[in-house]
Every structure is written in structure tokens, then in C-alpha cells.
Design a protein around this ligand. Structure first.
Ligand code: ATP
Ligand code: MG
Length: 447
């Protein structure tokens, strides 16, 4: 993509309304535009990142054996009256009337809708287990929408729902999602720590929030210092017995301030870390709460009708865009992990019109395209300083920088955004080195 043909509305000034770095950088890098409080338009580069995160989440859900569906954003009130949550949900729910004066709502979550699908079609234990997920916009009229996409009113979520005959079956489903989350966040370049969470009235130990560390996080978190060395790349296949893998992670202490109690915490003070964190995912098992209320039962092997055991599993897809930036940035701007970067690399032509520089940058640009890479070529007439600052701001992992001074010496610069390291190469060698770096990214991704 040539920048002069692209839509990348970068802001020069720091937007006053942005209190945290991810919100500021997303606005400055032209990724989003606020429509109203907590509601955003996604501009081309922002949407690219959102879609890449969505795709990684989807691939890992599919790999765990879940099936993708798409449920509507608008739901009928009746379903929520059946479960009893229509009144309970309160002001966070956006309630709507259609032209026939029927009560509708913009879905804040989908337990009722998916339970309705299962009770209609699943009558026997033979159809179980099943896990259905979708990736869809949600609306919650949050009291205090803030921090850009991190706490929006309209936001994009992956929510999965598992259905099993027994509590033991539901635990297997839970463990699959647990492992799927470890794989997903590792691919996103994040260390997300699973923390024991409140299960509410149902009790039991089956609820975890996945939290990444960031000073601007809304939750206080407490965890054993060994988490910092823990390898989160869970390279494990999906058998039914994932309990040992889950135990490996859950036996190491990690709690949010909602469940941590200094008096009962088993970790020595010297080993206990206290930080702030961002919740990027939440999984829980809630038994037959919805199936019993909504009549979702199946015939069991002994012929009795049994209420389905359910779990639900969320990932904040749009929140992740901000969360990744919180975890990966410097004074110059964003530093994208290769797996979600909006472009694979950027090429800066410091002086369009200078024939040698044009020739060299075009050669590298074409070579990258030919190799199937998605690169951004800055062919604008902005000042050299503005171009370099913009390329750092938008955070592509690799940059090729070429201008009259370097090309006349027969070299260009290859820069790693993360380390800042710059290496001079001949244009041909720079193209080859760039493609080699990018190929490395792909092999990491599919492992
Ligand atoms: P929180 O405690 O942050 O309000 P929640 O417990 O309400 O989250 P869930 O209902 O479990 O969250 O939703 C699943 C995921 O959706 C969360 O882990 C989070 O990543 C994301 N999420 C929830 N609310 C918002 C929001 N207002 N804006 C953006 N993402 C959100
Ligand atoms: Mg909430």
C-alpha cells in the first residue's frame, strides 16, 4: 500500500480527552474515531488490527473444537424474561421498542440466545458435548465508559458457550477453553495470567479471569513472582484430559483484588507481586442456571431428562487492541507484535522525486509484494522528520529507510522497531533480510 493512496489520518497533537497511552496512540495513529461516549468508528488501520486479533481468536476457538455461529445483536426481551435477567440487568442494558411496541434489547451477552438455540435442537445426550461461539458487537451502557476501546459501551467480544450432560463433562469443556486462551494470548504476544475469580452464587473454583499486566489496568492483582518466568506458549493438543495442564497453571497463586485476601494468601510476602492488570478474558462454569430456567434439557443414557451443564467464555476482542498497546509501546509510539501488526513492514522514501531513492524503495516494495507481504510505502512529500516519527508511531515491526544520502552510498537502513537497532545493507540485501525476518514471524505463528 502506498501511503499517498491510503487513509491514515494521523494526528499531530495529543488528543486532550485521552487519559491513557493506548487511547492516545490509537487516536494519534488514526485507528479509531469517537462517535459518542464509548462508541467508536474503526478506521482502516484500526480495523486491520481488530480483524487480525479476531482471526487468531477464531483459529484457536476452532482448534479447541468449538463451532462458530453468529447470533444477532438485537434480541427479544422474552428470552431474558424467561431467565429472569431482564429485570436484574439494570441500566447497563440498552432497551429498545420496535414499531409493534415489542420490547427488544441490544445484546450485552448471549447466554439466553444460545440456550434457546440448544433447547430447540438438542434433545439427546448423544449430541453432546457441544461448544458454540460467536464474535459479535455487544452493547453495555457502562456508567463510566473510558480509556477508549478498553471500556467502551459498544465493544467487540468473542463469547463461547459449552453444553454438557454432567458437571464432569463441563469441566473438560472448561479446561479446553482454558488451554485455548493460553494459546490465543501467547499468539497475540501477551502474557495473560489466569486468576481465580469470583463464581458468584454458584460457588466452586471454576472461574478465571485472564489478566495482562499494565500500570493503567483497572484491577489490582496479586501473584507469585514465578509467573514472570512462566512459559505461556501452551503447545499442547486437545485431548480430553487437560486437567494436568490446567493444574500446572492454577496451582501457582494469582488473584485479583476481588478474591485476594492478605490473611489467607499462601504466598510469602517476599514472593508476592502486587501490580495492576487488564482483564482480557473471563471464563466460567455456571451449571444449570440458564438451562433449568429456560427448559434446556436432554434425555440422558438412563432415559431421564437432565438439565444441561453450561459454561461461558468471553474474550474482549476490541479491548485487546488497547491492551496490546498498553503492554507494548515506547515514547515513539506503538510496537506491534508481528502477529497483529496492520502491515508487515514499512518502507520510508525520505525524498520522493530523487530518482535513485525512488528506484530503490520501489524495488524493495515490489519484492515484498511479490513475496506475498503487506507493506506500507511512505511515498508522501512530508518532511523526513515527520515521516520517521509517523512510522515509529504506527508501530510496524520492521522499517526500511532510504534517502539520497544513503542510496548514493549504495545502502539503505533496516530498522527493528522494538529494539531500535539499525543495520545498513545494500538494497538487495535489505530486501532479503526483511523477507527473512518476516518469514520467521510466520513460522512462529503456526507452531
Ligand atoms: P469487566 O469486569 O471489565 O466489566 P465483565 O466481567 O463485565 O468485565 P464479561 O462479561 O466476562 O466481562 O465479558 C468478557 C470480556 O469482554 C471481558 O473479559 C473484557 O475483556 C471484555 N469487556 C467487558 N466489558 C467491556 C467493555 N465495556 N468494553 C470493552 N471490553 C469489555
Ligand atoms: Mg462489565
Amino acid at each position: 500500500m502506498r501511503l499517498t493512496q491510503y487513509f491514515l489520518p494521523v494526528l499531530k497533537e495529543n488528543p486532550k480527552e485521552a487519559q491513557i497511552v493506548s487511547h492516545r496512540l490509537m487516536l494519534r495513529a488514526g485507528m479509531i474515531q469517537q462517535s459518542s461516549a464509548g462508541i467508536y468508528s474503526w478506521l482502516p488501520m484500526g480495523l486491520k488490527v481488530l480483524s487480525k486479533i479476531e482471526q487468531i481468536v477464531r483459529e484457536e476457538q476452532n482448534r479447541s473444537g468449538a463451532f462458530e455461529i453468529k447470533m444477532p445483536t438485537i434480541q427479544p426481551a422474552e428470552l431474558w424474561q424467561e431467565s429472569g435477567r431482564y429485570d436484574d440487568y439494570g441500566l447497563e442494558m440498552l432497551r429498545i421498542k420496535d414499531r409493534h411496541d415489542r420490547d427488544m434489547l441490544y445484546g450485552p451477552t448471549n447466554e439466553e440466545q444460545v440456550t434457546d438455540i440448544c433447547r430447540t435442537h438438542i434433545k439427546s445426550y448423544r449430541a453432546l458435548p457441544i461448544n458454540l461461539y460467536h464474535i459479535q458487537w455487544k452493547f453495555r451502557d457502562e456508567v463510566r465508559p473510558r480509556f477508549g476501546v478498553m471500556r467502551g459501551r459498544e465493544f467487540y467480544m468473542k463469547d463461547a458457550y459449552s453444553f454438557d450432560l454432567t458437571a464432569e463433562g463441563a469441566r473438560i469443556a472448561y479446561n479446553k477453553m482454558f488451554v485455548s486462551y493460553l494459546k490465543t494470548f501467547a499468539r497475540l504476544g501477551l502474557t495473560a495470567i489466569p486468576m481465580e475469580a469470583d463464581t458468584g452464587p454458584i460457588g466452586g473454583d471454576l472461574s478465571h479471569e485472564f489478566i495482562i499486566l499494565a500500570d493503567t489496568g483497572e484491577s489490582g492483582v496479586y501473584f507469585h513472582k514465578d509467573w514472570q518466568e512462566k512459559d505461556m506458549v501452551a503447545d499442547i493438543s486437545y485431548g480430553d484430559d487437560l486437567q494436568p495442564v490446567v493444574d500446572q497453571f492454577t496451582q501457582l497463586y494469582a488473584r485479583t483484588d476481588e478474591t485476594h485476601d492478605a490473611n489467607t494468601c499462601p504466598v510469602d510476602e517476599a514472593d508476592l507481586m502486587m501490580r495492576r492488570g487488564i482483564e482480557v478474558g473471563h471464563i466460567f462454569y455456571f451449571g444449570t442456571k440458564y438451562s433449568a430456567a429456560m427448559g434446556a434439557s436432554v434425555s440422558s443414557p438412563d432415559g431421564e431428562m437432565t438439565d444441561l451443564h453450561m459454561g461461558s467464555y468471553g474474550i474482549g476482542v476490541s479491548r485487546l487492541v488497547g491492551a496490546i498497546i498498553e503492554a507494548s509501546h515506547d515514547d515513539g509510539g506503538i510496537i506491534w507484535p508481528a502477529s497483529v501488526s496492520p502491515f508487515d513492514a514499512g518502507i520510508v522514501n525520505l525524498k520522493p522525486g530523487h530518482s535513485e531513492t525512488d528506484k530503490v524503495t520501489d524495488m524493495i516494495y515490489q519484492a515484498a509484494i511479490k513475496a506475498g507481504r503487506d507493506v506500507l510505502l511512505d511515498d508522501s512529500t512530508d518532511s523526513a522528520g515527520a515521516k520517521l516519527a509517523r512510522m515509529d508511531l504506527i508501530g510496524l515491526p520492521w522499517q526500511i529507510i532510504a534517502g539520497p544520502r544513503s542510496t548514493e552510498r549504495g545502502v539503505v537502513e533496516l530498522k527493528c522497531r522494538k529494539t531500535g537497532e539499525v543495520v545498513e545493507h545494500s538494497p538487495e540485501d535489505a530486501a532479503a533480510a526483511l523477507l527473512a525476518h518476516l518469514a520467521q514471524k510466520v513460522s512462529q505463528k503456526v507452531s
